[in-house]
Design a protein around this ligand. Structure first.
Ligand code: PMP
Length: 283
C-alpha cells in the first residue's frame, strides 16, 4: 500500500509515526474520510473544506488551499488503483515534547491512505437494527477530531447488541446523531434532522441529502427531536460517507413503521446514485 506522508508518497513500512506525535499522545488532530466511486472522488471539495474548518477550530496551522492536497489525494488513489473505496486523511498538530499546551514549533503531520470499503447494499435493502445510547461525548462534536473514544465505546455497545449503530441522545428530549452517522426521521412526509451545531458533526452526506430533498421536493427541516419522536417516526434513516442512506427498521425493541425501509428513505437512496458521478454538485 502506498501512503501519503506529509508531501511524499511512501510505502506503508516507511510511514512511521513518532511516539511524541500529538495525534498519538493527545488525539490532537483531525481527519476526513472521502468516498471514491468508479475511480472518482465524491464531494471532495466539501470534505476538504470541512477538514479546513476542523483545523481552524483546533488552531492547527495548516492551510489546505496553499498546498496541493486535492491533487496529491488523486495521485494517491491512482497509485493504489482505488476504483471503489475511500481515502482516510488525518492531520495532527505534529511532534513536540509531551506537554498539554499547543507547541509553538510543531509542524503538522499529514497522513493519507486508502481504506477498503464496499457499499452496504444488503443492509440498505433489509433495513438496519440500531440501539439507543446516552451521548456522553464532549460539546464540540462539530469538529471532526481524532478523539473518538465516546464514539468508539458507543459503537462497541451496538456491536455487542448485534446492532449496526448506536443512536445517541443527550436527554430524552434531545437525540443528536449516531456514533459515526447522522440521524434523520420522516414524519408526515417531512425529513427532520438535528441542526448543524456543536452537538453533531455536520455530515457531508447530511448536506447531500438536504440537496437531494430539495431536488425531489421533499421538505427538509433542521430541528431537535426527542427519543419518543424517534421511536414513533414514520421512517428513520442514517447517513454517512460509508453507509450512504441507511434505512433503520428497528431501534432496541421498537419496530419503525411497518418494519421495512420506508418510501422516502428509499427514494433518497435511489436518487443518491443518479448524481454520484456528477462533478458539478456542490452541497
Ligand atoms: N457523525 C459522526 C459522529 C461521524 O463520525 C460521521 C462520519 N464521519 C458522520 C456524522 C457522517 O458524516 P459524513 O456524512 O461526512 O461521513
Amino acid at each position: 500500500m502506498i501512503i501519503l506522508k506529509n508531501n511524499q508518497l511512501v510505502q506503508r513500512e516507511e510511514a512511521i509515526i513518532d511516539m511524541e506525535d500529538r495525534g498519538f499522545q493527545f488525539g490532537d488532530g483531525v481527519y476526513e474520510v472521502i468516498r471514491i466511486y468508479e475511480g472518482k472522488f465524491f464531494l471532495m471539495n466539501e470534505h476538504l473544506e470541512r477538514l479546513q474548518y476542523s483545523l481552524t477550530e483546533t488552531g492547527i496551522e495548516f492551510d489546505i488551499k496553499k498546498g496541493k492536497l486535492a491533487e496529491q489525494l488523486e495521485d494517491l488513489a491512482e497509485k493504489n488503483q482505488i476504483d471503489d473505496g475511500a481515502i482516510y486523511i488525518q492531520i495532527t498538530r505534529g511532534i513536540a515534547p509531551r506537554s498539554h499546551p499547543y507547541p509553538t514549533e510543531a509542524i503538522p503531520t499529514l497522513m493519507a491512505y486508502p481504506i477498503p470499503i464496499s457499499r452496504p447494499i444488503k443492509l440498505q435493502e433489509s433495513g438496519a437494527k440500531v440501539i439507543l445510547e446516552e451521548d456522553v461525548r464532549w460539546l464540540r462534536c462539530d469538529i471532526k477530531s481524532l478523539n473518538l473514544l465516546g464514539n468508539v465505546m458507543a459503537k462497541q455497545t451496538a456491536k455487542e447488541a448485534e446492532a449496526f449503530e448506536a443512536i445517541l441522545y443527550r436527554n430524552p428530549e434531545h437525540v443528536t446523531e449516531g456514533s459515526s452517522t447522522n440521524v434523520f426521521i420522516v414524519k408526515d412526509g417531512k425529513v427532520i434532522t438535528h441542526p448543524a451545531n456543536n452537538f453533531i458533526l455536520n455530515g457531508i452526506t447530511r448536506r447531500y441529502i438536504h440537496h437531494l430533498s430539495n431536488q425531489l421536493g421533499i421538505t427538509f427541516e433542521e430541528d431537535v427531536f426527542s427519543v419518543d419522536e424517534l421511536l414513533n417516526a414514520d421512517e428513520v434513516f442514517l447517513a454517512s460517507t460509508t453507509s450512504e442512506v441507511m434505512p433503520v427498521t428497528q431501534i432496541d425493541d421498537y419496530t419503525i413503521g411497518n418494519g421495512e425501509p420506508g418510501s422516502i428513505s428509499r427514494k433518497l437512496l435511489d436518487e443518491f446514485f443518479k448524481h454520484v458521478d456528477t462533478d458539478q454538485i456542490r452541497v
